[in-house]
Design a protein around this ligand. Structure first.
Ligand code: 5GP
Length: 179
């Protein structure tokens, strides 16, 4: 792995493709145990989670369904806070065991919005699986049930994660250089 330049920023290798793969192996093994006989609905959060979802799902041996959503954030006309909406959710959630697949959990506000939206549909259970998790940045009290890899609070790209549109195709994980 070599340094890469994406737009104006330079990134250095941080986690190899092989280590990412073995971290995903471990999450898949846990899901295979925890969800046996439950036919979970896995919901990937686009765009970043396409990689994690594909890599995870091909390691699952249990019956499962897979779907994707996008999170649209906008400022409500009268509310002060940001309003988020899940786009593309077509499956019936009621009574289902749902696992949300996130590329990276940083402050956790995305996870918070997704959980709030999903819970409106009365699922049997909802858990979160994340390829990467930044515990130092996390500000919510929601448990991140399945974490492939914890990382420090730095900006990373690769394995589905981008910098302004670029870098999603890089195998492994790269971190931004100091300079
Ligand atoms: P949160 O809502 O947890 O603060 O942020 C989650 C979203 O922010 C992720 O889905 C991702 O789009 C973006 N994000 C947070 N940290 C990083 C990072 O280090 N690299 C990239 N590429 N995106 C990040």
């Amino acid at each position: 792995m070599n340094r890469v330049r994406l737009h104006d920023k330079e990134f250095e290798p941080y986690i190899s493709e092989r280590d990412v793969a073995s971290a995903i192996d471990k999450v898949a093994a846990r899901l295979n145990t925890d969800y046996a006989g439950k036919r979970p609905l896995l919901i990937g959060v686009l765009n970043g989670a396409f990689f994690f979802a594909a890599e995870l799902v091909k390691r699952l041996t249990i019956e499962c369904e897979v779907s994707f959503v996008k999170v649209a954030s906008y400022h409500g006309t009268r509310s002060t806070g940001k309003v988020s909406e899940l786009i593309g959710l077509s499956e019936r959630i009621e009574g289902r065991h749902v696992v949300v697949l996130e590329d990276i959990v940083d402050t956790g506000s995305t996870v918070r919005h997704i959980l709030d939206s999903l819970n409106d549909h009365h699922p049997a259970s909802v858990r979160i699986a994340a390829l990467l998790f930044k515990p130092e940045a996390y500000k919510q009290d929601i448990p991140i049930d399945y974490v492939a890899q914890e990382i420090p609070n730095a900006f990373v790209v690769g394995s589905g994660l981008d910098h302004d549109g670029l870098g999603r195709n890089l195998p492994g994980i790269y971190t931004i250089t100091e300079s």
